[in-house]
Design a protein around this ligand. Structure first.
Ligand SMILES: [Zn+2]
Length: 391
């Protein structure tokens, strides 16, 4: 079974796929984890430290939740920049439109997971005045574009199993939940990712097609309540998506599948009519000690030379500020990065995922500033022979 699957995968990687190439430099920004609470600010930090957790070892210990000010500051930087058509850069924000309902879970002795839709507010104790209004303002200004991430981000099956066995792992979960924090992934990678259960045998890690369809259906429903629109682009938590995930996305109206970084892959259509985009610029100053704007510019240039979009990956943690100020540095670097690309490329275009889908289908796309034509060529490539980045 395992060998057959590997051979099938290898065979598929050798098949030629028509990839899209563009005659102008295209820049997209993709950003994960919006709306999901993490460390419960200073109060949560103190509570967890006094319970014996040595927080601060890694940046994700200080992942909290964006504030209205964080969003306004990001929006202001994006609004300072324009492409050759006069359009601002637009950040594709992948949302987690549920949080854990800690109050309900506590009343239930933390025996199971209860979810709280973001549209109904934040978990008890969490305060973010004006947060949803600031998302809406950025969307209205055309600099934010909401898309789909997941409902819990972790694999509920994996967490449910640990809770039932009442072991040390369950103790760690309950310690965090008492402090209003759902998880800190690097401290507990056994929680996996939404559709992917890491401690199952290799061939059985992805959840069944039925479970994935239910999860994606409820996430889309909660997203629709939040934004009064349906998501058209999706990124699986941890980039762990399989064919079943993609089929469920397609059934729920998704057009674009976002893929993680690591290779210079041209946009292309895969199964289920999904346009696949790959991240090619890792813009993560909060988590990368060796971060440099220059390296990101080189990564973007490598894309332009190949006629593929520079798809910038920048997770929400980079804009957080309540326990540690990640935001100031990120915004300064982002400002420099965008200014440098604009000055080097007078024909630059800023797009979001759905624009690329429209462009791939029609050869043009319509944004608030008008309709833009881009010359497209399709060249066959194979996944086995794409250019790997870094390393
Ligand atoms: Zn994520």
């Amino acid at each position: 079974m395992n060998l057959a699957r590997k051979l099938w995968q290898r065979g598929r990687d050798l098949l030629p796929i028509p990839g899209f190439h563009f005659d102008r430099p295209l820049v997209l920004l993709q950003s994960d984890d919006w709306g999901r609470v993490g460390l419960h600010d200073q109060e949560g930090l103190e509570q967890l430290r006094s319970a014996g957790l040595d927080l601060g070892e890694r940046p994700y210990d200080f992942y909290t939740l964006e504030t209205s000010d964080d969003l306004t500051a990001l929006s202001a930087v994006l609004q300072r920049h324009r492409d050759s058509t006069g359009r601002n850069p637009c950040i594709e924000m992948n949302f987690v439109p549920f949080n854990l309902d800690f109050a309900k879970m506590k009343a239930d002795a933390f025996r199971k997971i209860h979810l709280l839709p973001l549209a109904e507010g934040l978990p008890s104790g969490w305060r973010r005045p004006g947060l949803l209004e600031s998302f809406d303002a950025g969307i209205a200004a055309g600099v934010f574009h909401p898309a789909l991430h997941g409902s819990t981000h972790f694999c509920s099956d994996a967490v449910g199993r640990e809770l039932e066995s009442n072991n040390e792992r369950a103790d760690l979960l309950r310690l965090l939940w008492l402090a209003g924090t759902p998880y800190i992934h690097w401290r507990m990678p056994w929680i996996g990712f939404e559709y992917w259960d890491p401690e199952q045998p290799e061939d059985e890690r992805f959840l069944s097609v039925e479970k994935q369809r239910d999860l994606i259906g409820s996430t889309v429903g909660s997203f629709a309540k939040l934004f009064s629109t349906l998501p058209r682009s999706a990124c699986a938590p941890g980039y762990r998506a399989n064919d079943d995930t993609q089929q469920a996305w397609e059934q729920h109206g998704i057009h674009v599948a976002q893929n993680g970084p690591g290779a210079l892959v041209p946009p292309h259509f895969g199964r289920h009519n999904l346009l696949h985009l790959y991240r090619t610029v890792e813009f993560e100053p909060a988590v990368n000690q060796a971060f440099s704007v220059e390296v990101c510019l080189q990564q973007a240039e490598a894309c332009f030379q190949r006629g593929i979009p520079a798809v910038v990956s920048v997770h929400s943690i980079n804009f957080h500020s309540t326990v540690k100020d990640f935001r100031s540095r990120t915004l300064q670097y982002l400002d420099e990065f965008l200014a440098a690309i604009e000055s080097r490329h007078p024909d630059l275009l800023y797009l979001h995922d759905e624009d690329v889908f429209e462009l791939a289908n029609k050869g043009s796309y319509t944004s608030p500033v008008g309709t833009t034509q881009v010359k497209i060529t399709q060249n066959n490539f194979t996944k086995a022979r794409v250019v790997r980045q870094g390393g």
